[in-house]
Ligand binder design. Structure first.
Ligand code: PLP
Length: 284
């Protein structure tokens, strides 16, 4: 049975308990991070910690634990659960209090939960066959840059995509692609340039997005950070998504229109390999 971490204790998952009054449960008053594990070590961990602190800062949530202690918990869970490839999920909540929209952060003890997931990340169906996406209106709130656990709309969008025979949804505002339900979206032009939306309050500032762009820049790939329309995506030579769970996931069709002959394109495939190789040099 998996060992999980709950508010200071390592316990078997069946014994893990949180309060029903936890604001994470009642109000989605919680933030989270998901770090990938490769070769039993963490990918891009310092960047995930930086984003956790940013999310907490934007919501006025306390982080009472040190970065070193958080790293230690991650490593302990990876070791105890024998994770060679997979993920560590970390959630920080504002804490428990009587149910009220108003809250007093100082009077509450933040809640902290971590667990692992064993999962093949390299040789995956997505890497081999790519993803089919459909575009769906983005009805999320205005602060998608904060990584909160308010994930109901992205879940519904993903279910709508699956019901239509696709794998995922790309969310659209004002005719422009924002991002995937749980990944950042990129298209590739016929000249091989990659285009992705600039950072704003409207999308999550993906760790994989940032690292991939850093790696891509060193290979001489041209990167354009600008908004792109649904029509541009339909006409793109290739497309792909980035996330800590998929790294680089090739997109092979958008709204039923095949890209790169319905197979993972060469640019996405090469960037995926490059990302994995470079990440392996920087594991923690
Ligand atoms: N965009 C959204 C909405 C997400 O939920 C995620 C990850 O969960 C991402 C993008 C990708 O972010 P990262 O690369 O940090 O995993």
């Amino acid at each position: 049975m998996r060992t999980v971490y709950v508010n200071g204790d390592y316990v078997p998952e069946s014994e893990a308990r949180i309060s029903v009054f936890d604001r994470g449960f009642l109000f989605a008053d919680a933030i989270y991070e998901v770090a990938a594990v490769l070769d039993g070590k963490l990918v891009d961990f310092p960047a995930h910690l930086r984003r956790l602190h940013r999310s907490a800062g934007e919501l006025g949530m306390r982080v009472d634990i040190s970065d070193d202690a958080l790293l230690d918990i991650h490593r302990t869970l990876v070791e105890r659960n024998g994770i060679e490839q997979g993920q560590v999920y970390m959630q920080l909540t504002r804490g428990a209090a009587d149910r009220d929209f108003a809250f007093d952060t100082d009077a509450m003890t933040p809640g902290l939960v971590l667990f692992t997931l064993k999962k093949e990340l390299i040789d995956t169906p997505v890497a081999r066959n790519g993803l089919k996406v459909v575009t769906i209106e983005d009805l999320r709130w205005g602060r998608c840059d904060i990584k909160t656990t308010q994930l109901l709309y992205p879940s519904l969008a993903k279910m709508q995509a699956k019901a239509s025979g696709a794998d995922d949804a790309w969310l659209v505002r004002d005719g422009h692609i924002m991002e995937g339900t749980s990944n950042n979206a990129f298209i590739v032009t016929s000249e091989g340039a990659i285009i992705t939306r600039p950072l704003s309050n409207g999308i999550l500032h993906g760790i994989t997005r940032a690292t991939l762009m850093e790696y891509a820049a060193t290979t001489g790939v041209r990167i354009e950070e600008r908004a792109f329309t649904v029509a541009e995506a339909h006409q793109a030579a290739e497309a792909f998504v980035t996330s800590a769970s998929m790294f680089v996931g090739p997109v092979v069709s958008i709204d039923g229109i095949n890209l790169s002959d319905g197979k993972p394109g060469p640019v996405a495939t090469q960037l995926r390999q490059h990302y994995i190789a470079e990440s392996r040099k920087r594991l923690l």
